[in-house]
Design a protein around this ligand. Structure first.
Ligand SMILES: NC(=O)c1ccc[n+]([C@@H]2O[C@H](COP(=O)([O-])OP(=O)(O)OC[C@H]3O[C@@H](n4cnc5c(N)ncnc54)[C@H](OP(=O)(O)O)[C@@H]3O)[C@@H](O)[C@H]2O)c1
Length: 297
């Protein structure tokens, strides 16, 4: 699996990362979570992304993956739900990181994100100071922000963060257009979340009230089916190669709780960028329809 420098952070990450949101769902067994995460690492996936808000995900990484701590780059997120602290306060950052380390059974987190807080929260100097303190004390290596639109833009140009996580996929190109060039200039690491657009193509009818709803709608408008078909690509390959090889992206973290899908994604991510004519068509479709579509959190 191709490994890339994660901006100028000194870390290296695999082109395909593991979004560990799905394995935090209690309906999936411990056995599945443990097998899937270890299988990912065995195949050269070196970035694992979790968060305080992903159910059992942090605990399961602690139980099943922490024994091979040096084999992977660990990304988590917080700012909320820390025991003994109000959300989005310096104490929530400090205690949140300490409590995450306990759940994850590790001594450090490589990349710690402020998780989708709005711009007015993000700009508070005390919060950023708490992140700086966590870096200085070795509890985290990179202070990061996960989010979209104007808050993301601010984070990237503020000089206060080493990396960001943001939505990048065929149906969500705002960050790629407006922020990733600045991230590249500033040497920031970039993680692409929701990289296969929540597999929204799989729904024959609008998935009302589900996460994939907006992307389902956008895919209908973008009408990429014929170019994908002409290129002889299945939807998952079409979507994953677009996100993983978008300039400025270092790792595309596909979320899955399905070992077959994981192994397929590992193969597909190594097929390189989409052909130029296919990319040209995807960009033209966005230019025609996507100008008013913002990034989806
Ligand atoms: N920071 C944030 O606010 C934030 C927000 C969203 C996501 N994330 C992170 O990004 C990760 C990925 O985002 P996501 O899970 O929302 O979106 P995604 O990776 O674009 O899509 C995940 C969906 O695709 C399915 N899938 C995976 N591989 C497939 C394949 N080869 N063929 C067909 N379907 C496939 C998965 O189902 P199966 O389980 O059945 O494979 C799952 O339902 C998350 O796990 C999380 O780590 C962060």
């Amino acid at each position: 699996m191709q490994q890339r420098d994660f901006g100028t952070t000194g870390l290296r990450v695999s082109v395909l990362g593991l979004g560990a949101g799905q394995i935090g769902d209690a309906r999936h067994s411990e056995d599945l979570a443990g097998t899937l995460m270890n299988r990912a690492l065995d195949h050269g996936v070196t970035l694992v992304d979790t968060a305080r808000g992903y159910g059992l995900s942090e605990q399961r990484i602690g139980r099943h993956l922490s024994w091979r701590r040096n084999d992977f780059i660990l990304s988590s997120k917080g700012g909320y739900d820390a025991e003994g602290a109000q959300d989005w306060t310096p104490a929530a950052i400090r205690l949140g990181i300490e409590q995450a380390l306990t759940r994850l059974r590790v001594d450090w987190i490589d990349i710690f994100h402020l998780h989708s807080c709005p711009l007015d929260v993000l700009r508070q100097d005390e919060l950023l100071g708490a992140l700086d303190d966590a870096v200085a004390s070795g509890l985290i290596r990179v202070a990061a922000y996960s989010g979209e639109n104007e808050a993301l833009h601010w984070a990237v140009t503020s000089g206060r963060f080493g990396s960001v996580e943001t939505s990048v996929n065929v149906a969500d190109q705002w960050s790629a257009r407006h922020v990733l060039p600045h991230a590249r200039d500033a040497g920031l690491g970039v993680i692409a979340k929701r990289p296969i657009a929540n597999a929204a193509w799989q729904y024959a009818r609008r998935p009302t009230g589900q996460y994939a709803e907006t992307y389902w709608e956008r895919l209908g408008v973008l009408d990429l089916g014929s170019v994908r078909h002409a290129a002889g690509l299945e939807w998952d390959e079409f979507a994953l190669r677009f996100a993983a090889y978008t300039p400025g992206v270092h790792s595309a973290i596909v979320g899955t709780a399905n070992i077959e899908n994981l192994e397929r994604n590992i193969r597909l991510a190594q097929n390189g960028p989409l052909p130029l004519d296919v990319l040209t068509h995807i960009h033209a479709a966005w230019d025609a329809h996507g100008q008013d579509w913002g990034g989806e959190v």
